[in-house]
Write a new protein. Structure first.
Length: 180
């Protein structure tokens, strides 16, 4: 999704720019998508989702369309720059911060837990009728801070990154569509 010039073998590469020569020429911000329902077993957003959905209504439509095209238990891989890294900050086409916390808002299981406990989290999975369950997420530490990976836990690195820019360069998030 949003392949740009970085096409990936084994995927149907989709982009809105003809110059990228995608297999499917389509603007993912315009919904509904011209893609069959329940057809995708795996979807990859490699440094592209942060370029989409500056308007939250457009972003929600993208999430709903993503859910619609996914088969039950389809895997969605999202690689996105960390919002406190220069790679994110300095690109004027980055319009949406993508974090594991954001993606957790689309889990109906978590939405129900939050509702029962009175947590203030937005229950977007229930509101939008989508359900994405977390499988995994990882961080990529910037080369300048590579030594931290041997000195600190992931939690400590995350705390360190809350105080400084350019510590974490990227999130790698994996979720799956739940449709049963």
């Amino acid at each position: 999704m949003g392949s740009g010039l970085n096409k990936v073998n084994g995927y149907i590469n989709i982009d809105k720019f003809q110059e990228a020569a995608p297999e499917l020429l389509m603007d993912l911000e315009l919904t509904p998508w011209a893609i069959e329902s329940d057809c995708a077993t795996e979807v990859l957003f490699h440094h592209s989702l942060e370029h989409m959905g500056a308007d939250y209504k457009v972003f929600f439509s993208i999430i709903q369309e993503l859910y619609r095209i996914c088969k039950d238990e389809a895997i969605i891989r999202i690689n996105a720059p960390h919002p406190r890294h220069d790679q994110f900050i300095n690109d004027p086409t980055h319009v949406r911060i993508i974090t594991p916390e954001l993606m957790s808002l689309f889990s109906k299981r978590l939405n129900r837990q939050w509702s029962e406990s009175g947590a203030p989290n937005s229950q977007l999975g229930l509101y939008l009728n989508v359900d994405f369950e977390f499988i995994d997420w990882q961080i990529t530490v910037d080369d300048k801070y590579a030594e931290l990976t041997t000195q600190m836990s992931v939690g400590e690195i995350l705390n360190y990154a809350r105080e400084r820019n350019n510590v974490i360069s990227e999130y790698r998030i994996v979720v799956k569509a739940i449709k049963h």
